[in-house]
Design a protein around this ligand. Sequence first.
Ligand SMILES: [Zn+2]
Ligand SMILES: [Zn+2]
Length: 255
Amino acid sequence: MRFASLGSGSAGNATVVEAGETRLLLDCGFSVKETVLRLSRLGLQAEQLSGIVITHEHDDHARGAFKLAARYQVPVWTTYGTYTMCQRYLPAQPLTVHIIDAHTTFAVQDIEVMPYPVPHDAREPAQFVFGDGARRFGVLTDVGSVTPHIVAMLHGCDGLLLECNHDLEMLRTGPYAHSLKKRVGGWLGHLDNQSSAKLLAQLDNSKLKHLVAAHLSEKNNTPALAQQALSEVLQCAADWVQIASQQQGLDWRAL
Ligand SMILES: [Zn+2]
Ligand SMILES: [Zn+2]
């Protein structure tokens, strides 16, 4: 199994997970044109996608998802709440949408998809762990606070992509308006570096091969601060912690 990021941050998120001939796109916060371009950087064509899984309705996750799905005839999996909030994105062309339960594991060909609900200011947000029977790749972004269920779901992963949205001090003194600071830092907002590190410290990381910090704010965080926070937990070199950036994403990583 391997994964890659097409880009991560408030301007757009998308992650690819591949096992055998199965390829899933998790979120599509870029336009169709931009997504096709970013897929090509990874040596992929949209026609090769087996499915698109959507975490929640925010623009930076859902913007291009349904148009891409319709244009390339790729089925979509998402919660009912997310689907109902995505009406504005739905194209006129026919579309296959599978409504999922955020607590029920499902399979798309060779990939086992394990959703779990998270606290975030969306209708019915879910995050996901992907498995191929031998390995697990856990993804967590867009989450305001860590629940015991999140900790349980992310235990023992071989790869982790964790939100490190902001540094608390940079958010506090940064340029955002008071209301936006409250939203981002609130319990339905986004995870800061230290909270992400605290979560990591609660996990069984004995199999962890790749750790990726994602959804970094361009105004309220730096890659170095995110790497520092997470590497302190694992007592590894700071640059062992990888960054999924907004422009470049992250190239393929094998688990
Ligand atoms: Zn987001
Ligand atoms: Zn969001």
